[in-house]
Ligand binder design. Sequence first.
Ligand code: HSE
Length: 297
Amino acid sequence: MLKVSVPATSANLGSGFDCIGVALNLYNDFYFFSDNEQGVPSEAVLLEKRSLAHQGMNLVAEVLKKDTPNLKIAVRASVPSSRGLGSSATLAVAGLVAANVLLKGKLDEEKIISLATEIEGHPDNAAPALVGGMVISVTSFNEIKYIKIRPQNNLRIIVAVPDFQLSTVAARNILPKQVSREDAVFNTGRFGMFMTSILTGDYRYLNIAMEDALHQPYRMSLIPGFKEVITAAYSKGALGSCLSGAGPTVLAFCKDNEENIRKSMVEAWSSFGISAVTHVLDISSKGTLYKFENYIS
Ligand code: HSE
């Protein structure tokens, strides 16, 4: 049996819409197994044959011109789904990595991220899910190019996950097709400042660097309490705060005061009648890991 563990990811980080994501130490564990194999944990749930993990396996098999391994896939999920924490990217990446390993594919990371982007539509979750760390990725001549960054100091990440789902499709459909030059410049400057802050460890303006004019203002209408949760995080000392991916989860970076920040975010949501759970996380520097367990060839 092949076990593939893929981390949750948070994309956009405010001003980096569709270009950046960070891997978090919260994992979905996938088990690829045949009927005669034992050892899948009882809490793992079997995936349907049309799942993104199956699509990932099929895509790699197609690229390698081989047959898709005839295996079942089960997941032990810790990453909440449809909350803006990259759960769908975990599925796609797991399927791609598993097929590459099982079919001895030797596809490199850039190729796997490109294939994940074919499934997902954007690389910002898949790239850090695969390679870990904070990853900036762009499409150039139909290929994904990425750079992995290891942020300085010990930035911690709080995610406040409300008890409602938001489909990425709905959260993308609400965005305008065109933006003004003013809004483009607003984000360009802030994203430059975000990267500079992360790379230098100078977080004085991280709150400004994580402001956004391209997606958050439109998505706010789908997320009651969004602004108030961010304000609450800042009131207790968060360094920066934003929507996680397409939402509805809200993320806050901090170096200390985790407990106060976490509580204030939950309370802000509670004042809108929404309950939320929080996770205080670290950046996962390794990304996707796999190993054979009780393997019968
Ligand atoms: N960058 C994407 C978005 C992430 O904001 O729509 C969705 O997972």
